[in-house]
Design a protein around this ligand. Structure first.
Ligand SMILES: Cc1ncc(COP(=O)(O)O)c(C=O)c1O
Length: 365
């Protein structure tokens, strides 16, 4: 870049969107690269958008998103003052980082994890302290505790972790919270919380109620299938939420997103049946793959992780040829979203083919 700018931005990778479904002649292809919900929007949600939002798009939306905020407050039993909306939880995480961390400050988080974290932290002017995952793809809580110092302004727990799908236990997060000074915030990013079936998992909302420095981020993008509308939220202490509102993108959350969020909360039973179906599909896929010989970290989100190391790119080619776009982390592994039944069958078939070709060498040890 030849124009004057913040040099630190040159160090950032651009956020990579999951690739679209590849075009393979003669066969149906699938996008399973972005952890999206494969189900089409509910008719009731579409209807609500068309009845309540479309006719008003000449107007700015309600900036505070009261209808959603009040509804979430009623559902969760917290005060509206504890809730802040954003354009997806990506934006609420950005608000939080902008609020607490600037030049000279540090944000501690596991790595590899959600790709937006380094972008958000560096853009805020702060420094990322990336704590490597354990060999099993889980948070290394002791190492995270050891990484906290006087410069730490935020610690992020990603439960379940993207891309490894591993759950973080309640005991581990409590240990972390006991070690972090109470004036340093701990964000529990629960984008996939509805898919988490680990009985020992930490529950962000319980911790929010117990600790003064816990903020929880959740989203309508995944279980609620509203990724295209961009709406997520944070639940946190009132003064934190106040601060986040000051740094929020004005009018960031559209009226369509707000209306769809309320309609989705109304349709919670229907949506949660879909979540259950995706969890059942996840179990089917993982059990079949384990039967093939694969070793896979226990998944607790709507995706799973194949740790493949240097073979990643070659193996990625097999998925592509089969009509599947998966998320490839070169030299590390592949993240695969649980999608339509047919997509999952294809994943199983490709994994069988790849496993037979490479014997057991592609396994996680
Ligand atoms: C761990 C994690 N957190 C947050 C998000 C943000 O999602 P959204 O901005 O769509 O709410 C994602 C999206 O993939 C994610 O994987």
């Amino acid at each position: 870049m030849v124009f004057r700018h913040r040099q630190v931005i040159d160090t950032l990778p651009s956020y990579k969107q999951g690739k679209p479904a590849p075009q393979v002649e003669g066969r149906r292809s699938f996008k399973i690269s972005s952890n999206e919900n494969p189900y089409a929007p509910l008719p009731s949600v579409r209807q609500a958008i068309s009845d309540k939002a479309l006719a008003r798009i000449n107007r700015y939306p309600d900036m505070r998103g009261w209808a959603v905020v009040e509804r979430l407050a009623a559902e969760t039993g917290v005060r509206p003052e504890n809730i802040q909306l954003g354009c997806g939880s990506t934006e609420v995480i950005t608000q939080l980082v902008n609020l607490v961390a600037g030049k000279g400050d540090e944000v501690v988080y596991p790595w590899r994890s959600f790709e937006a974290y380094p972008i958000i932290v560096t853009t805020a002017g702060a420094e990322s302290v990336q704590v490597p995952l354990t060999p099993e793809g889980a948070h290394d809580i002791d190492a995270m505790i050891a990484a906290v110092n006087d410069r730490t302004r935020l610690v992020i727990v990603n439960n379940p972790n993207n891309p490894t799908s591993t759950s973080v236990s309640d005991a581990d997060v409590r240990r972390l919270l006991a070690a972090v000074p109470q004036d340093v915030l701990v964000l529990i990013d629960e984008a996939y919380v509805q898919f988490n079936t680990d009985p020992d998992t930490c529950v962000g909302m319980d911790l929010f109620r117990e600790f003064p420095n816990v903020v929880v981020a959740q989203t309508f993008s995944k279980a609620y299938a509203l990724a295209g509308l961009r709406i997520g939220y944070a639940i946190g202490p009132e003064d934190v939420i106040d601060g986040m509102r000051k740094v929020a993108l004005p009018f960031g959350v559209s009226a369509a997103a707000q209306v769809a969020a309320v309609a989705s909360l109304d349709a919670y039973d229907e949506l949660s049946e879909r979540v259950d179906a995706l969890i059942a599909e996840r179990t089917r896929v993982i059990e079949t793959l384990r039967g093939q010989g694969w070793r896979i970290p226990v998944p607790n989100a709507n995706f799973f992780w194949l740790q493949l190391g240097e073979r990643t790119d070659v193996i990625a080619g097999y998925f592509e040829k089969a009509g599947l776009s998966v998320r490839v982390f070169s030299g590390e592994g592949i993240r695969i979203t649980i999608g339509e039944h047919e997509a999952n069958d294809l994943v199983i078939a490709v994994c069988a083919q790849v496993f037979a070709l490479t014997h057991s060498k592609v396994l996680v040890d």
